[in-house]
Design a protein around this ligand. Structure first.
Ligand SMILES: Cc1cc2nc3c(=O)[nH]c(=O)nc-3n(C[C@H](O)[C@H](O)[C@H](O)COP(=O)(O)OP(=O)(O)OC[C@H]3O[C@@H](n4cnc5c(N)ncnc54)[C@H](O)[C@@H]3O)c2cc1C
Length: 380
């Protein structure tokens, strides 16, 4: 089915992203995977190319276009290229909205130009060793010392954790406040007491730096409170819909790409004297996956359009996230099976997509938590 959400300018942007990938990402990707981290030069190049901060007002160096379709194109092309390590989507779609919607004018002047030119890499730190799905278990806390906060605690599994220059940290500011005693504090590279732990060794997304972060008596100036005091929970709930949509968009793109390469593979690979594509079981596998992808794509494109119209709610974003990522997981498994032993070889894109994609049903809220949100909306 022909997609209906894009205009010619989005397709022109797609061509730009493809040439950026060919020039600035793919030649270096193998090395980044060995290093466990991408190069800062790639971030600078992305800034120069206009791939950072589409939604940031032009006065701060951004594109001034809060049109999520550009984010969708970026996510689709990076997914197709098998290059999740350079986490531009995390920076633009997940962290960007916190800065554009919550920062004061002074904070915007301090952070947004670097955000857009690639010199200021960002991260968001919610998860702790003892608190993932249940953010009420957060123990990282900040004490009010008049002109500044004193922050103590630790975070884990933080994407961009090694490279980040600016980290939005979710911390308890009112101990007895429960979910409504949490605030967003911005911790910057070089603050005394802010340390990074290990670059964590993952089964996939090897070029993405995912790290532990430690805060020991970090003095965070009062000017680095982002949004309302004790307002983190509400801010997170507002922004998580776009985070979930962004993950869902890359999930359907991954499933479609896997289907494409597997369709080609079964046409070429022969067994028992004929191409695999002539066997009924294989044809049914491809037919089922194509149907599931087409149905999911229709829903996802509608979610993207609704989001641009300000109409995508948390429940539909949760539906999109769990459905598309679980589809991606199923398709990756079935496509790997259709490749036989070659599917298990790291040099085959299907193998990489299998391990790179496995995290999708976990981060940004697990499948089970998405179902909780949907169930609560229907059943109370
Ligand atoms: C590669 C990677 C990158 C990440 N990036 C970031 C990041 O940048 N910033 C950040 O803050 N976090 C990040 N995370 C953390 C991620 O968001 C959490 O791992 C995720 O939210 C799950 O939390 P958890 O690991 O503590 O699992 P748990 O919360 O311990 O869950 C374990 C299992 O129990 C299930 N479960 C939990 N509660 C319920 C319930 N009420 N009902 C039914 N089942 C339930 C879960 O669905 C899951 O299957 C990242 C994680 C990874 C692996």
């Amino acid at each position: 089915m022909k997609r209906q959400i894009f205009a010619p300018e989005h397709e022109a942007f797609r061509a730009t992203v493809r040439s950026f990938l060919a020039r600035e990402v793919l030649p270096y990707y193998e090395q980044w995977e060995k290093d466990g981290v991408v190069s800062r030069d790639a971030w600078r190049a992305a800034g120069k190319q206009g791939l950072l901060g589409f939604a940031v007002p032009e006065e701060y160096g951004g594109g001034g276009t809060p049109d999520f379709r550009y984010s969708a194109v970026l996510a689709e092309e990076f997914t197709r290229a098998g290059a999740p390590g350079l986490a531009l989507g995390l920076h633009n779609d997940i962290i960007g909205p916190y800065l554009t919607s919550l920062a004061t004018d002074e904070q915007k002047r301090r952070w947004l130009p670097g955000f857009c030119d690639g010199s200021l890499i960002t991260a968001i730190a919610m998860t702790e060793p003892g608190a993932g799905s249940d953010l009420q278990g957060i123990r990282t806390h900040a004490e009010d010392h008049g002109g500044h906060w004193v922050l103590n605690g630790s975070k884990t599994f933080i994407s961009n954790g090694i490279l980040a220059d600016l980290v939005i940290v979710v911390a308890k500011t009112t101990p007895e406040g429960g979910a409504h005693g949490l605030s967003l504090l911005v911790v910057e590279r070089g603050m005394d007491g802010f340390e990074r732990g290990r670059n964590l060794d993952k089964i996939g997304q090897k070029a993405q730096d995912t790290a532990e972060l430690f805060f020991r008596d970090v003095r965070v100036p009062k000017e680095n409170l982002l949004g309302d005091l004790d307002g983190a929970f509400v801010h997170l709930m507002t922004n998580l819909a776009q985070e979930r949509l962004s993950i869902a968009v890359s999930a359907i793109a991954a499933a479609e790409h896997l289907l494409e390469i597997t369709t080609e593979y079964v046409k070429e690979r022969e067994a028992f004297g004929r191409p695999l594509a002539t066997k009924q079981h294989i044809r049914f596998e491809i037919a089922e996956m194509a149907t599931e992808c087409a149905v999911t794509r229709t829903f996802l494109d509608r979610c993207i359009a609704d989001h641009d119209n300000g109409e995508l709610d948390a429940v539909h974003a949760s539906m999109a996230k769990w459905w598309a990522t679980e589809l991606q997981k199923r398709v990756a498994d079935r496509c790997l099976q259709l490749h036989g032993g070659y599917g298990y070889m790291s040099e085959f894109p299907v193998a990489r997509a299998f391990t790179d994609g496995r995290i999708q049903t976990i981060y940004g809220g697990t499948t089970e938590i998405m179902k909780e949100i949907i169930g609560r909306s229907l059943l109370g």
